[in-house]
Design a protein around this ligand. Sequence first.
Ligand code: ADP
Ligand code: MG
Length: 375
Amino acid sequence: MTTQPYTRQDTSRLSNGWISYRVGQFSLAAQWEVEAGQLLTLFGPSGAGKTTLLRAIAGLVRPQEGSIRIGDRMVFDSDSGLFVPPHRRRVGFLTQGHHLFPHLTVAGNIAYGLARATPAGRQRRVAELVEMFQLNGLEQRRPDEISGGQQQRAALARALAPSPELMLLDEPFSSLDIELRRTLRGELREKLRAAAIPAILVTHDIEEAISMADQVQIIEGGQVGAAGNPLQLLGQPGQGRVARLVGVENLIPMVVTSVQPQDGTMVCARQDGGSPRLEVPLSDVAQGDQVTVGIRASDIILSDSEPRGSSARNRLPGVVSDVRLRPPGYQVTLDCGGLDLSCHITGTSLNEMGIRSGDSLWAVFKASSCFLVRD
Ligand code: ADP
Ligand code: MG
């Protein structure tokens, strides 16, 4: 195997810093810290400054103020005037377009960053990466003679070949289809962890952020907003702004009608006090308080009869008012008596159940799938 075990000395491979950068009308203020083998995801709308931040870390632009450490080396410090140029920062940078050199073979591309190795050392490292990224047999092909997935694998291999101290990934898989994206990101995550390389990933894809990241930062308008655990922050975002940004499908204005500390739950009703009622996790609010309850569409199960003997606390009858394609599946809207619930199901479930507008169904979900959202 090519990947090094995580050793004690690798723990010095921490990358961190902060910058303040103004360009044209745009200003960016950010700070970050990623440990060896960990992955930080930057999540935010288009134009938020995500690419600009990666470019600053790579040394492609020079912030007015800040300090940047990559591994055990300072590469930028505005106070002392230190600015290490990009080619000496030991950073791997991968973007959506693979940017392989069209005139070089796969092997030639992977060897590109290994100019300082001996010919034998270079050959060995190329062979390792070819093996690691399953490019066997394609070594002598040029980029236009391999598939899109193979091109992106070759680009990853090229970026990892010189053993960078930090990997920067700017929406690297967004041009690939969903299956390939899942496979590649799993492989990449495993390789970065095994080689103890810290990484910063920009993505628009919530599934990608949750499955790959150890921590997430939300960037909006050049500012870092919320930061934290991916599942908590993106899966059950407690802030209204973040919930809207990550597209929580159900955000329901409700009122707390009773609290049940013994169960760790409370009951909420529509704001006019009417049904349906929802059981949600206990929070530091009081009876009578107005709240917004968030539920992910993918956390709701649809059933064609009233589920009995189920531990799920929420079971709402409703009528299907809309069915539409929402890859990778379908979005079914269920009118539960004045409360429209958006539910996400697979195409297989949709076909098996033969769901159509006008059908009577039950929406089933756990209390713990509900979360309170604050503005
Ligand atoms: P993101 O990657 O989050 O979509 P970018 O980092 O590409 O966003 O861009 C953030 C903002 O910075 C945009 O408004 C963009 O127009 C602006 N920007 C980036 N580079 C320059 C530049 N060289 N001159 C002027 N504005 C720039
Ligand atoms: Mg960008």
